[in-house]
Design a binder for this molecule. Structure first.
Ligand SMILES: [Fe+2]
Length: 123
């Protein structure tokens, strides 16, 4: 996302990245809020952000898909491949992140780089 945002030539890619993020974030936000409640943080101060984004991102989904990505591609149809590239990049990065976290859990270790670095320094 940062790479796309830092280079104007990649503007269509960041549009695709953001559009897909907004189109797919309502359900994860619901899960984050429910997970907090399940872990004993049933307090609006902990869950409000995620609960609010369940509804907000349902609206953002349409804005991102139709107005943002759709609007850009209607203005410049040549950018469609780059919009899709940005969306695909989000899917790939998310998949890599999830695989990393799940592997760490399977191995009963932290998925955080800082924890690994500290452990290596102490060995
Ligand atoms: Fe959103």
């Amino acid at each position: 996302m940062s790479l796309f945002g830092l280079h104007r030539r990649l503007r269509a890619a960041i549009v695709g990245h953001l559009a897909l993020f907004e189109m797919s974030s309502s359900i994860p936000n619901r899960r984050y809020a429910n997970a907090l409640r399940r872990l004993g943080f049933d307090n609006p101060r902990a869950t409000r952000f995620f609960d609010e984004h369940v509804t907000a991102d349902a609206v953002h989904e349409n804005v991102a898909a139709i107005d943002l990505a759709g609007g850009l591609v209607r203005q410049d149809p040549a950018l469609v491949a780059e919009v899709l590239f940005g969306a695909r990049a989000l899917v790939e990065i998310d998949a890599r992140w999830a695989a990393h976290v799940l592997a760490a859990w399977d191995e009963d270790r932290s998925s955080l780089a800082a924890a690994a670095t500290i452990r290596e320094a102490m060995a």
